[in-house]
Design a protein around this ligand. Structure first.
Ligand SMILES: NC(=O)c1ccc[n+]([C@@H]2O[C@H](COP(=O)([O-])OP(=O)(O)OC[C@H]3O[C@@H](n4cnc5c(N)ncnc54)[C@H](O)[C@@H]3O)[C@@H](O)[C@H]2O)c1
Length: 347
């Protein structure tokens, strides 16, 4: 299917813009970066050089008025996603925003409403949903490997280097936004878990009923949490458990696990399953691996291709503002539960 590439203006040219987004855009013929913007002009120039273009600025109004720009990708500190996104929508630019869509559900809803009012698309960089592992897991769930869903567990316990909080993984940008509640919205739970939670909740079509959580900041000089444990009861009965830490030496890499009355599926870039049901073409009563060949950049590229095709009216948007809020709803409730010491029950 031939299509004019979507012309993207990049807002925020920090670590993820460089190591993730621009790489994914370069992999597809359906989109290209035509201008870059960062409050630090040197970073905007560096990314423009990498994209092979001569258009860069430190003024967002200049980028938004640029006649070539049809859509923006926003990759800035979390608290800027909504104000910059609404500004772009008002200039009739389609918006693809880095995760999380916002730091509060209320702001996310304002953002969604603004994009709807202006007639532009809003999508969120939840690339994990496009991973081959998630697609295979979804197919296994549809084929009945689990039987009745009873729950899932997400465990991500590791130690981020102290330098992460002020320089990310690459030290591209010296900053303290990750350390503060006001600018980051939260720690490991919001920064890292929103990906896994978004992917699993959407894969299983889960809607939360109640959330109970505890978190703390044990070993990192930051305002946001470095350890948390969350328990979610979903409508229909399934129970989600997730545990994470950014300050645990040694750590433990555990796959995301889905559980049911008849089987288990594990997902972590590869997929394994165990089922006691008789299903054509699948093993029964023993663990089996399923082969994969796609990496995370390919998943990001596929998300960008879906966004580009959706802007051109050629297919439906997969990650919408509306369905991207579901993980934020649970995360916001988890922070509220910690504060009150009680479960948050959704009405
Ligand atoms: N770093 C990663 O590995 C990673 C991975 C996935 C997603 N993300 C997401 O990417 C987003 C950015 O994170 P990062 O790690 O790249 O942070 P970063 O600090 O490296 O980059 C943020 C950039 O935004 C710029 N900026 C600040 N205010 C701005 C404004 N008003 N207008 C335009 N630009 C502005 C900064 O100068 C900086 O270059 C976040 O939503 C984060 O959750 C990061």
């Amino acid at each position: 299917m031939r299509m004019d590439p979507l012309r993207i203006g990049m807002i925020g040219c920090g670590e993820n813009a460089k190591k993730g987004i621009v790489t994914c855009i370069a992999m597809t013929k359906l989109a290209r970066v035509v201008a870059t913007m960062d409050v630090r002009l040197d970073l905007a120039k560096d990314l423009a050089d990498e994209a092979g273009i001569g258009v860069y600025t430190d003024n967002v109004d200049v980028l938004l008025r640029h006649r070539e720009v049809e859509a923006v990708v926003i990759s800035t500190p979390h608290n800027l996603h909504v104000p910059l996104g609404i500004k772009a929508a008002r200039m009739k630019k389609h918006v693809l925003v880095d995760k999380p869509v916002a730091t509060t559900v209320r702001d996310a809803e304002r953002f969604i409403a603004a994009c709807r009012r202006e007639g532009v698309l809003l999508s969120v960089l939840f690339g994990k949903r496009f991973g081959a592992d998630m697609e295979i897991a979804a197919a296994l769930v549809r084929r009945g490997v689990l039987g009745r869903l009873t729950g899932f567990s997400l465990v991500n316990v590791r130690r981020k280097a102290d330098s992460y909080w002020t320089g990310g993984y690459t030290n591209r940008v010296k900053t303290d936004w990750r350390t503060r509640k006001k600018t980051a919205g939260g720690g490991m739970l919001l920064m890292n878990y929103s990906h896994n939670l978004d992917a699993i909740q959407n894969l299983l079509g889960l809607e939360p009923e109640s959330v109970y959580a505890q978190h703390d900041t044990f070993a990192t000089p930051v305002e946001v949490e470095d350890y948390f444990s969350v328990l979610v009861r979903y409508k229909g009965g399934a129970i989600g458990t997730f545990l994470g830490s950014s300050a645990t030496p040694g750590g433990l890499k555990t796959p995301d696990c889905l559980y049911g009355t008849h089987g288990t599926i594990t997902v972590d870039g590869t997929v394994r399953y165990f089922t006691r049901k008789r299903i054509k073409g699948l093993r029964r009563g023993e663990w089996a691996d399923l082969p994969l060949e796609r990496g995370s950049h390919t998943a990001g590229m596929r998300l960008i291709e879906n966004f580009a095709r959706a802007v051109r009216g050629k297919e439906d948007l997969i990650v919408t503002g509306e369905n991207a809020v579901s993980s934020l709803r649970v995360i916001e409730a988890a922070y509220a539960s910690q504060k009150s010491g009680r479960p948050v029950v959704f009405t």
